[in-house]
Design a protein around this ligand. Sequence first.
Ligand code: SF4
Ligand code: SF4
Length: 363
Amino acid sequence: MSALRPNPPMAMLAELTHRCPLACPYCSNPLELERKERELTTDEWKDIFSQAAEMGVLHVHFSGGEPASRRDLEEMVAHARDVGLYTNLITSGIGLNKRRLDALNECGLDHVQLSLQGVDSEMADWVGGYKGGFDRKMQVAEWIGEIGFPLTLNAVMHKKNFDRLDETIAIALDMGARRLEVATVQFHGWAAKNRAALMPTREQAKQARLTVNAARERLEGVLVIDYVPADHHSDYPKPCMGGWASTGINVAPDGAVLPCHAAHTIKSLTFDKAHEKPLKEIWYDSDAFNAFRGFDWMQEPCRSCELKTKDFGGCRCQAMAIAGDAAATDPVCIKSPLHGELVRQAEADAEADADLVYRVMPT
Ligand code: SF4
Ligand code: SF4
């Protein structure tokens, strides 16, 4: 990747709204959630999808919050398909019924990614903070199967459910999912507030890897399992977003364009709005998108490290959160001077017994 001229993004995450019937304590949405009045209009979103397709974006992921909270979801999906984008709906399923799913099918929706809050109603309704949510989700999964949407099941794993990973895999099979994303909780947004309630133990993280590997072998050709490992129990960081502003572009409900969903935590950067400036200009020319492209911004030990072309120094938002400097080495890295402190804190959180703090919309 050249620091001067990046390729266009491949995928757009369109966060249509922060509204959601659920209240998951690990939600990646920011603590300051946007109210409905600040959301972009249907026409503004449609224009953004047209611009995205024109500049070379291939996929759009309709996300939120719960994208089905927008009554114009079907119209936006239809438009995105019309301009040639592959459309994926990321949903909890709550807010969808058979009529809306049929309408989305007619609009050409290509794929559904359904989230799973737990393996039974007791756990799922507790984690999602929504009574009856599990039963409704199971009904939605059945309709998804009847219509024939290709399905990915997304399960956020943490201290309170890692020991039920086998059951999670079984549910993905029962639903007829093609892929299962076993995503260890990432501590951004509401999850950062819930570290002591959600941080898995080192032993859980180790066991999860063994379970995933065994299931991958057993289910080859039946179910693909993607695995996002536990950052805080790793020695090296993940190549976050494949490098800053290199493959993906996010648009928040108020139109702010970000290189990833947590980038707003880097307060030194100003993020332009998609309805105020052309998307192309934001992607190629804005200071925020160019801030961490290439390698010139790096400090030691990343600057002279042979792994920098593989992990790009890790996650900028995590560096900001823990080191207080978005250009620092991600403290997950064993070479970071803050790695020992990160491990100590993670172990303390993993041993703690804290209650869930639910995500709440402003009133
Ligand atoms: S993580 Fe939970 S609360 Fe957040 S958008 Fe998804 S379903 Fe809603
Ligand atoms: S020093 Fe930087 S580039 Fe090297 S492994 Fe650690 S995070 Fe990656």
